[in-house]
Write a protein that binds this ligand. Structure first.
Ligand code: IMP
Length: 184
């Protein structure tokens, strides 16, 4: 089975990669080499920089994943700063910032960057809209999952079974596009 390196140190992401790749003909393998995440205005720019940096260091094919949550009430913040916000103020801090905010709509975005064996670069995007609740619910998933309810559901990502999250999530959507491309 051909291996596909997934460059991430996030165990939650790699678990989802393995689940979604399932019995497709590729085997996702984690590589947790650290790469610089530049401060840019879009996830796409972060991914492009990451691919360029990594192509000098490791052999393709490999995939990187940059994701973020874009909150309507804050004009899309934290967006590219999603991890920074999580690592500094945490979910408790996010909930504090959202206290008294009526418009709780937000969108998760995932941009996957692929460098193919022949050095071709491709990006695949997935989005999932929903709302941020004002408490933590559920213990599945990772990151912002306990405070995010996807549209059309009444459970948080952390309360949904992982197959359910994967079937509607930003990462699931982007990964199915990636898999379609690989199988072409
Ligand atoms: P990065 O893509 O590794 O920069 O992560 C961005 C931030 O978004 C991290 O704080 C992650 O925890 C969070 N994040 C990314 N994907 C998800 C997800 O599927 N659910 C919840 N949080 C996520």
């Amino acid at each position: 089975m051909p291996k596909l390196q997934i460059i991430t140190s996030n165990n939650g992401k790699i678990k989802e990669f393995k689940e979604i790749f399932g019995d497709s003909k590729y085997l996702p393998v984690q590589n947790n080499i650290d790469y610089p995440e530049i401060q840019a205005s879009s996830l796409e720019e972060v991914v492009d920089f990451g691919l360029s940096w990594l192509r000098e260091k490791i052999e393709p094919p490999f995939v990187i994943d940059d994701s973020g949550v874009f909150i309507d009430n804050f004009d899309g913040f934290p967006g590219v700063y999603t991890r920074y916000v999580y690592d500094t103020i945490g979910l408790a801090g996010v909930l504090r910032q959202m206290e008294g905010v009526d418009n709780r709509a937000c969108t998760f975005r995932c941009v996957l960057g692929l460098l193919t064996e022949s050095g071709e670069r491709q990006k695949f995007v997935g989005e999932c809209s929903g709302t941020l609740i004002n408490e933590l619910r559920g213990d599945g998933g990772f990151g912002y999952d306990p405070i995010f309810i996807p549209e059309g559901f009444d459970k948080t990502f952390a309360e949904l079974a992982s197959e359910e999250k994967n079937s509607i999530s930003h990462r699931g959507k982007a990964m199915r596009k990636l898999i379609d491309f690989l199988l072409q």
